[in-house]
Design a protein around this ligand. Structure first.
Ligand code: SAM
Ligand code: SF4
Length: 316
């Protein structure tokens, strides 16, 4: 359905958990998060009912996210059931990739059409630093397993962090030369608590184009501006929520693991649907779509996102 500003809302991001097996410094605090009482998290049945309600209102694309969605024990079942909901044309998953060696095949069999894998550095020590606890080889194994499981068009999401990975832009671009993988650079967003990173760490996506002058524009893909290196098999994507917000094209709503609908990533508006019937969920979702603000306030590290949550508590 259309919102008040004539935007067609057809995409929902469903966070299935706030928990994660990594602790990325820009995403969540070092000690992880206060584990919410299990009873406050939506059950699998509630999640599926919410997907059915969303589909009734014209949501056709679903992205499963988290926290880390693959730490959720019933993730394959959630994906398989969501993919069968009438009206849902595509179920995708965003993951840090660590558990893909175990789960890529199962996700594929469950009908997950695409995977986005987050990866901020190709250096093992830097990977361990940025994730506080992770091993780069786990993600690399995950990417290989996903390719072998038949995921032909993988996307790697890389948060640009000045002084940390801006010297790796060309190394990431090289991946697109050798594999059918899109590498998408995302500007660091000043969330509720972005850990150790302040204004100096923020760099605009334009820096990628400065570093890769031979990349040519090809098309846009949702919120990403796409470029391609000559002879490459994959694209370079630029996602600039801070320097060039894309609110006018926003087509999405979000549902958190504790059952809160968020009309906008950067607003603190939340509408509870946990515990409701499907018809009640449909009504609340309609309200949420109508409550979608025209745009979010300007983001900066001086005036952080108004969302009041860290990214692992929303899902990106
Ligand atoms: N755990 C999964 C993962 O890392 O892909 C899914 C959840 S994670 C919150 C979703 C995306 O949000 C990831 O690509 C992550 O890099 C990104 N993200 C987290 N915090 C961010 C921030 N402060 N600014 C920009 N992107 C952020
Ligand atoms: Fe976990 Fe993803 Fe956040 Fe990293 S970005 S801490 S992998 S939820």
């Amino acid at each position: 359905m259309k919102d008040n500003f004539q935007r067609e809302i057809n995409y929902m991001r469903l966070s299935v958990t706030e928990l994660c097996n990594l602790r990325c410094r820009y995403c969540m605090p070092e000690d992880g998060i206060c584990k919410i009482d299990h009873g406050l998290i939506m059950t699998e049945d509630e999640m599926i009912t919410a997907v059915e309600a969303a589909a009734e209102l014209g949501i056709i694309k679903l992205r499963i996210t988290g926290g880390e969605p693959l730490v959720k024990k019933n993730i394959v079942s959630i994906c398989a059931r969501a993919a069968k909901v009438s009206g849902i044309q595509e179920v995708c998953v965003t993951t840090n990739g660590v558990l893909l060696p175990k789960l890529a095949k199962g996700l594929r069999a469950a009908g997950v059409a695409r995977l986005n894998i987050s990866l901020d550095t190709l250096d093992p020590d830097k990977f361990n630093y940025i994730t506080r606890i992770g091993k780069l080889s786990d993600v690399m194994d995950g990417i290989k397993t996903a390719l072998n499981a038949g995921y032909r068009k993988l996307k790697i999401n890389t948060v640009l962090i000045g002084g940390f990975n801006d010297n790796e832009i060309r190394d990431f671009a090289r991946i697109t030369m050798d594999y059918p993988i899109d590498v998408r650079f995302i500007e660091l967003m000043p969330m509720y608590d972005s850990g150790d990173f302040g204004p100096k760490a923020f760099i605009k996506c334009d820096k990628v184009l400065e570093m890769l002058p031979e990349a040519v524009p090809v098309e846009t893909d949702g919120v990403a501006r796409l470029y391609r290196m000559p002879g490459a098999k994959g694209n370079i994507g630029l996602i600039s929520p801070v320097s060039d917000h894309f609110c006018a094209e926003c087509n999405r709503i979000r549902l958190t693991a504790d059952g809160k609908l968020k009309p906008c990533l950067h607003s603190n508006q939340e509408i509870n649907i946990k515990g409701l019937t499907k018809d009640e969920m449909v009504r609340k979702m309609r309200e949420t779509i109508f409550a979608k603000p025209e745009r979010h306030a300007k983001l900066s590290f001086a005036s952080r996102s108004e969302s009041g949550r860290n990214m692992n508590e929303i899902g990106g």
